[in-house]
Design a protein around this ligand. Structure first.
Ligand code: NDP
Ligand code: 8X3
Length: 253
């Protein structure tokens, strides 16, 4: 029988690559994000290339009512969800604590922390009813160590780490696995968003080294999701070869 994955933030980067990876393995995909045009074109592409079923759901993870409304009455054919990937997230700004923008902090906390909590809470009744499931949360090396000017983003990803550990304990009784993947620098739309559309600043982040690619994270998510029922990778930190942790890089320029 086909399996089903739900991915938040499937319009770009890791989320899109994860959708493509699982679709290629014939998983049906529930794809979420705010940009409807991208969700529709990804749905069509996955159907055409892999013949799988997709359900695009357009909502902002910060909108509590919209999140719960989206999952309240999932069509019967979609309510058996094997894997939830909490991926939607962002960084905004890279400024010292005294210069950081309060609105940026609010958006990061509301998206990366509260959005993830809302989505998980809204989906849990389905996972609990089926007495199994797997939640994969996208944390970051920024949630393992703080770096200069990382303040609000680092705090939000430390919270993802804490929530992942907490979920793992609380959901044990329901046989729900929880895996936290903590990537280092990966070239997606992440830096373009962080630097608010400044392409030069965004691309400069990756000067002098070869960062992770979204497909690397998709491969890892797929590996974690397809292990035997009795095996759960609790967490893993993954960086490109030129990065040691949240702070140290070996760059050629
Ligand atoms: P992208 O910017 O390429 O993708 C981010 C995705 O999140 C988009 O699909 C976007 O969809 C979605 N998203 C953002 N805000 C919201 C919102 N309010 N509601 C719904 N969806 C939202 O970045 P990445 O793929 O790199 O990032 C994915 C995750 O990985 C994030 O949590 C990020 O923090 C984390 N991460 C990224 C790293 C990197 O270096 N790239 C490293 C470590 C972790 P849309 O705009 O259509 O809503
Ligand atoms: C994204 C990686 O190093 O920019 O989480 O924080 S980093």
């Amino acid at each position: 029988m086909s399996q089903t994955i739900l991915i938040t933030g499937a319009t770009s980067g890791f989320g899109k690559a994860i959708a493509e990876k699982f679709a290629a393995a014939k998983w049906n995909c529930i794809l979420t994000g705010r940009r409807e045009d991208r969700l529709q074109s990804l749905s069509k592409e996955l159907l055409k290339n892999h013949g799988i079923k997709t359900l695009p759901l357009v909502f902002d993870v910060r909108d509590r009512e919209a999140v719960f409304a989206a999952f309240k009455n999932l069509p019967a054919e979609w309510n058996a969800i094997d894997v939830l990937v909490n991926n939607a997230g962002l960084a905004l700004g890279r400024d010292s604590f005294e210069n950081a923008n309060l609105d940026d902090w609010d958006v990061m906390m509301d998206t990366n922390v509260k959005g993830m909590m809302y989505v998980t809470k809204a989906l849990l009744p389905y996972l609990i009813a089926q007495k199994k499931g797997h939640i994969i949360n996208l944390g970051s090396v920024a949630g393992k160590e703080v770096y200069k000017d990382g303040n609000g983003y680092c705090a939000s990803k430390f919270a993802v780490d804490a929530l992942s550990r907490s979920m793992r304990i609380d959901l044990l009784q329901h046989r729900i696995k929880v895996t936290a993947i903590h990537p280092g620098a990966a070239e997606t739309e992440f830096s373009l968003v962080r630097f608010k559309g400044d392409r030069d600043k965004a691309s400069a982040i990756y000067d002098g080294f070869k960062p992770l690619h979204a497909n690397d994270i998709a491969d890892i998510a797929y590996y974690c999701a397809t292990l035997p029922e009795n095996v759960c990778i609790n967490e893993l930190t993954v960086t490109c070869t030129a990065q040691a942790d949240a702070i140290y890089f070996h760059k050629t320029v």
